[in-house]
Ligand binder design. Structure first.
Ligand code: KG4
Ligand code: ZN
Length: 352
């Protein structure tokens, strides 16, 4: 009989405390506790984030094991996010993972958060009614083949990655300043919206005209990105118009959101077209929180149909930070016997 591998994954790189259990790549549970405490500050406050992780981690892990319907002695290894992320937040997950691995006498696996986002496409959600009852959904995801290109767009990163195998990845394009998620969040802050502003811009853009306003698009060489110029041009545009009409933001909110969002979509599409051309790889995956954006999902799907590429778009719950992706990445490392020692330390800046 085939022996399945059961992995407990732990994610605490930013402001979500998450734990998940997978059996090979099959998802048994994925529990996420968000942190509303940051909303009032317009961004994540690192000290508050690590304190919230400390109070959330035990109940979240406990719940993940319960929902998976397993006994903790069935876990074969614990994978955790080592970085990149906020050091204080990463420390909570790392220390907890180390402690539990010692207590259960099972191996520890360190995972790069970015690798987790890329491998989120390998999370298998079962179709069984039992799983649906537990709210795990019933979508079957077709795995991408290798090599493929991953457009990783999150709050901290914007990269094009050539994925040669689950553990062999090459960054072929990256942002030279802000990430796509930061562009959404900073623009939202300028409009007076709460953090994180990305989902709010997405919602408000639904009622707006994307052609209402034009914002500067960067001219950056090769497959690299830049979003700080867009933020500045948006800021000056708003400032100049508010000086003339104090109600400008309120009157144009939907059009501003739609136009800004379309500029970001155009920048991303332009680079992915280039990446496909340069590499000849016609299979693209979208990962990271920004890939929850409805226009990005829609326009990338249209683009792939038009150009006959294969596109993989994640269910919403696997776009933003989650431990399921860390558990699946842990599974691939387990298969290669890639374990961490107990003196492993978190790394705030951790390249792929
Ligand atoms: O992957 P993620 O959860 O965390 C990081 O690793 O950074 O991504 C969070 C980012 C935030 O910037 C948030 O505003 C953005 O994803 N985001 C969105 C949407 N949902 C989340 N941006 C645009 N449209 C959305 N629907
Ligand atoms: Zn992330």
């Amino acid at each position: 009989m085939t022996k399945f591998t059961t992995i407990l994954g732990i994610e605490s790189s930013c402001d979500d405390t998450s734990a998940a259990v997978v059996r090979d790549t099959i998802l048994l549970s994925n529990v996420i506790a968000g942190q509303d405490v940051h909303k009032a500050y317009g961004g994540v406050v690192p000290e508050l984030a690590s304190r919230a992780h400390q109070s959330n981690i035990i109940p979240v892990v406990d719940e993940a094991i319960k929902r998976a319907g397993i006994n903790k002695n069935e876990i074969d290894a614990i994978s955790f996010t080592r970085g990149p992320g906020l050091l204080g937040s990463l420390l909570v997950g790392t220390s907890f993972a180390k402690g539990l691995s010692l207590a259960l006498n099972i191996p520890l696996i360190d995972v790069n958060h970015l690798q987790g986002h890329v491998l989120a496409h390998f999370i298998t959600v079962p179709l069984s009614p039992l799983y649906m009852e537990r709210g795990l959904g019933g979508e079957v995801i077709t795995f991408p083949s290798f090599p493929h290109l991953c457009l990783l767009i999150s709050g901290g990163h914007t990269q094009i990655i050539k994925v040669n195998s689950p553990l062999k990845m090459e960054v072929i394009g990256t942002t030279i300043d802000d990430a796509a998620g930061e562009a959404f969040d900073k623009a939202a802050k300028i409009l007076g919206l709460e953090y994180p502003g990305g989902p709010l811009i997405d919602k408000l853009a639904e009622e707006g005209n994307p052609l209402s306003f034009m914002f500067t698009k960067p001219k950056i060489a090769e497959l690299n990105f830049s979003f700080s110029g867009l933020k500045t041009s948006f800021l000056y545009f708003i400032r100049d118009n508010v000086a003339i009409n104090p109600d400008f933001i309120e009157q144009q909110k939907n059009n501003l959101c739609a136009s800004l969002q379309q500029t970001i979509v155009d920048i991303l599409i332009d680079k992915i077209i280039k990446a496909v051309k340069i590499t000849g790889i016609k299979e693209v995956t979208l990962s990271g929180g920004v890939s929850a954006n409805s226009e990005i999902r829609k326009q990338f799907t249209e683009l792939s149909l038009k150009n006959k590429w294969k596109i993989h778009i994640l269910p919403f719950s696997f776009t933003t930070d989650n431990a399921a992706m860390i558990a699946v990445a842990g599974y691939f490392k387990f298969k290669q016997n890639l374990f961490a020692s107990h003196d492993v330390a978190p790394i705030a800046r951790f390249e792929l």
